[in-house]
Design a protein around this ligand. Structure first.
Ligand SMILES: NC(=O)c1ccc[n+]([C@@H]2O[C@H](COP(=O)([O-])OP(=O)(O)OC[C@H]3O[C@@H](n4cnc5c(N)ncnc54)[C@H](OP(=O)(O)O)[C@@H]3O)[C@@H](O)[C@H]2O)c1
Length: 253
């Protein structure tokens, strides 16, 4: 029987790598997508101890690059059963006169368009196998956080896009949105005005919870206390949520 493969974007990033190992340990083949051939090769070499691996360079913000990567994967005749839209960047800045519109554009192209491009390219195959699309969102995918207008636009955009897609392909496709709290990864190196956080999870802990939620075919998974608490507080006490969030973050931005 053909092995089922998981395609992971942003594969050598903190969470991408942890998910690659977790799904590899469960017996899936892994397709690693990322921009740096050297980093892809290094991860591929180690991951091959556990499973079959293909790595393909791909800039998810660029449609042509996604088409090319998809063509190479298709030519390898692998059975792709899961797509994980994980590649993501951040830009933390108040929306003021110094706000950088190019950074906004690049962020939305990466986080939102990238997820849409890969979904478009793998949709037919995933539908034919009743496969899964796992989308890595964030607390900022449902609740506001100061300084994250671009990030929120991209993650709320994913929310809207994938909720319609789920309704269009109900029963034929499993779509899961993942809302993790803070994770100790490279993305945090771009954080300006260092933010103190109550809770920071390791990528391995988050990957384990994503894997379990995938196995139970969940549609939404909130990972970490902050994610769960913010969800409830913003839903039932939105003004209190904004007040507390501003108190915690305003002084840093
Ligand atoms: N860390 C957190 O606190 C946190 C919390 C909630 C949600 N998330 C989400 O988790 C996901 C993974 O992020 P992470 O925390 O693991 O950060 P990370 O370590 O910085 O990894 C991000 C990955 O995305 C890749 N990437 C960026 N732009 C790309 C592009 N145009 N094309 C292809 N790959 C690209 C990066 O590759 P390069 O090195 O080549 O740029 C890197 O491999 C993101 O969607 C993020 O929004 C993170």
């Amino acid at each position: 029987m053909n092995k089922d493969y998981v395609v992971i974007t942003g594969a050598y990033g903190g969470l991408g790598e942890a998910m690659a190992y977790r799904f590899a340990q469960a017996g899936f083949g892994i397709v690693l997508l990322g921009r740096s051939p050297e980093k892809l090769k290094a991860l591929e070499t180690d991951l091959q101890k556990y499973t079959d691996v293909l790595s393909v360079t791909c800039d998810v913000s660029d449609w042509e690059s996604c088409v090319k990567a998809h063509g190479l994967i298709e030519a390898s005749n692998l059975s792709v059963k899961i797509l994980i839209n994980n590649a993501g960047i951040t830009y933390i800045h108040r929306f003021d006169e110094n706000y950088d519109i190019q950074k906004f554009q690049n962020l939305v192209l990466t986080n939102l368009n990238g997820s849409v491009y890969l979904t478009k390219l793998f949709l037919k195959e995933l539908l034919s196998k009743k496969g899964s699309i796992i989308n890595i969102s964030s607390v900022i995918g449902y609740a506001p956080v100061i300084g994250r207008t671009a990030y929120a636009a991209s993650k709320f955009g994913m929310e809207g896009f994938f909720s319609v897609l789920a309704a269009e392909w109900e029963q034929k496709l499993h779509i899961m949105m993942v809302y993790p709290t803070f994770i100790a990864t490279h993305i945090r190196e771009n954080t300006v005005g260092k933010q103190e956080v109550n809770e920071i999870l390791t990528p391995e802990v988050v990957a384990e919870q994503i894997f379990k939620a995938f196995q139970s075919k969940k549609e939404r998974v909130y990972i970490g206390k902050t994610a769960k608490l913010s969800k409830l507080m913003y839903k039932f006490f939105p003004k209190l949520y904004v007040h507390l969030m501003r108190q915690k973050i305003s002084k840093n931005l």
